[in-house]
Ligand binder design. Structure first.
Ligand code: HXC
Ligand code: NAP
Length: 285
């Protein structure tokens, strides 16, 4: 799908790159020639992923433990990276999320998710963006959002608030920093099986089935599909895409929005036959 050296020479930081989608993107970027840094809170997970991906791809990958909620820790990590060379790409991927009734959430529960998703993305974006602006260095930020950012969603309210904020940040800075050569985009994926997401959001088989039934393609997305879209969006092949949120959900969002879209499940072939005009008399006056 891509030229082998599509990302050659690019230095990319992926927050939350030790697991799930972040790990999948790290692998794809390495295969395409990028140098990759991954961060997260658990050093052992990061080191294991870095060793695995270095062995699998032969690429250069560095593991940096960092809690993105902590501004000082993010600044220290970005300083350490910049000591070698500036980054070219930041991927805001780290997240916290779980399903819960909103009335049951404590202030710490809100803090925890908003701290990781919204403040974490803001900390990392500002740390890179300021350095890029001051040095006149071109840069790209890609944030991983969720399809419910524009609509909101029941039972994941802290995440919905945070992802909406990340999308607003993306669109705002796309304009403000565009003339400085900084591109801001986001991907809004539908469900993609990862241990982190599915254990917290679809913790029972019947919930997974519900999610599958909502999808026109009747399947979940794959890590590889997400990683390929991300590779395109951080590459120079997409240089004129700025301020966009690309939904990648097999049509699930639209399925939920269309007034009549659920008729496929409500009406059988026999029902459709019976409501054809020939079966119920002419509708012409
Ligand atoms: C209610 C909960 C809760 C739950 C935690 N809390 N889980 N409240 N229901 N299921 C509350 C705790 O009681 C506590 O409040 C507060 O949240 C902080 O919890 P801690 O465990 O102390 O926090 P921490 O160790 O920082 O963990 C953060 C976390 C955890 C977000 C709670 O789940 C985590 O580390 N997640 C990281 C990975 C992740 O979530 N990946 C999924 C992303 S998927 P009190 O008041 O009791 O102290 C995603 C997909 C979206 O975003 C779209 C899918 C289709
Ligand atoms: P995941 O494997 O749980 O990934 C989340 C990552 O974030 C973990 O590696 C975690 O590592 C890291 N993280 C959490 N808190 C952090 C913090 N404070 N500082 C630094 N890193 C932190 O889940 P995923 O499914 O791959 O999700 C990746 C992204 O895709 C998220 O933005 C999520 O919202 C988005 N998304 C996923 C889906 C899906 O279905 N999978 C759908 C839509 C959107 P540590 O715990 O070690 O810190």
């Amino acid at each position: 799908m891509f030229e082998k050296n599509l990302l050659h020479g690019k230095r990319i930081l992926i927050t939350g790159g030790g697991t799930g989608l972040g790990k999948g993107m790290a692998q794809r970027f390495l295969e395409l020639g990028a140098t990759v840094c991954i961060c997260g809170r658990r050093e052992s997970v990061l080191k294991e992923t870095a060793a695995e991906l270095a062995a699998a791809t032969g690429g250069a990958i560095q593991a940096l433990p960092c809690d993105v909620r902590n501004l000082d820790a993010v600044e220290a990590m970005i300083d350490a990276i910049w000591k070698y060379a500036p980054l070219d790409v930041l991927v805001n991927n780290a997240a916290g999320n779980f399903i819960a009734r909103t009335e049951d959430l404590s202030p710490r529960a809100f803090d925890s998710v908003i701290g990781i998703v919204l403040m974490g993305a803001l900390h990392a974006t500002m740390a890179c963006g300021r350095r890029w602006v001051n040095a006149g260095h071109r840069g790209t930020v890609l944030s991983i959002s969720a399809t419910y950012a524009p609509s909101g969603s029941a039972y994941v309210v802290p995440s919905a608030i945070s992802k909406a904020g990340v999308e607003a940040l993306t669109r705002s800075l796309a304009v403000e920093w565009g003339n400085r050569g900084i591109r801001m985009n986001a991907i809004a994926p539908g469900p993609i099986p990862t241990q982190g997401a599915f254990s917290r959001l679809l913790p029972r088989p019947e919930l997974e089935k519900l999610a599958l039934d909502r999808n026109p393609l009747h399947r979940f997305g794959t890590v590889e599909e997400l990683a390929n879209l991300a590779a395109f969006l951080v590459s120079d092949g997409s240089c004129y895409i700025n301020g966009e949120v690309i939904r990648m959900d097999g049509g699930e969002f639209l399925q939920g929005a269309g007034e009549f879209s659920n008729l496929g499940r409500a009406l059988s072939d026999k029902d459709w036959e019976s409501i054809k005009p020939s079966k119920r008399g002419s509708t012409k006056p």
